[in-house]
Design a binder for this molecule. Sequence first.
Ligand code: URA
Length: 253
Amino acid sequence: MSNTHDPDGVRLQKVLARAGVASRRAAEDLIAQGRVQVDGETVREQGRRIDPDTAVVHVDGARITLRDDQVYLALNKPFGLHSTMSDDMGRPCIGDLLADRVEIMNTAQRLFHVGRLDAETEGLLLLTNDGELGHRLMHPSYEVPKTYLAEIEGKIARDLGRRLRDGIELEDGIARVDAFKLVDAVPGRATVQLILHEGRKHIVRRMLSEVGHPVLRLVRTHVGSVALGNQRPGKLRPLDRVEVGSLYKAVGL
Ligand code: URA
């Protein structure tokens, strides 16, 4: 939401309406109810003018994105694609999926992927040109949980969850899951859900191999509270306002 034509700023209710939070009338109610903060201060008066390019606005504690040049996308990365924007060796990569989307590439020159998935891993990969959010999401100190569904070989021992939560000794140090759940089992294989907040290379595959369960298929289903849902492989979708707000919150922005 560019403010280049309005040196005095834009009225808060108009900013909220333009950002898709609510109609202008409903935005006035939100303000009157004390649910809107600008730069950390609750604003109750209706006439407040702000600069949408610089103001930090929260509604009900969730940050609202005001800049229309910022792009937040969820990709269901298909099996076999490398998590790179272009590949020197000509291997298929996520950049190939974006190249066709002229409208995205025109508005989002500096689009980057938030972390990586192995070429063999499928599922949720976020893309953005919001450097501050993207870098925090990738930084282990913010501990954003990621959820995976793994199809694994072998019979699941009763104590597998406890072992994974206690920590598995890998060659580059101990790795732990925050949560583990057996989702489904048939003789010789099972589907398990793991939640972990670190992003070392091949971490899920290595942990499960170490405890005797080679991974047959791995899908990332969530990053924080953003869910893959039933988005088809290869498809991109813009995150909605609530999803972007939840990511901001997860990394303390
Ligand atoms: N863990 C893995 O082993 N692979 C991924 O792609 C992500 C997490």
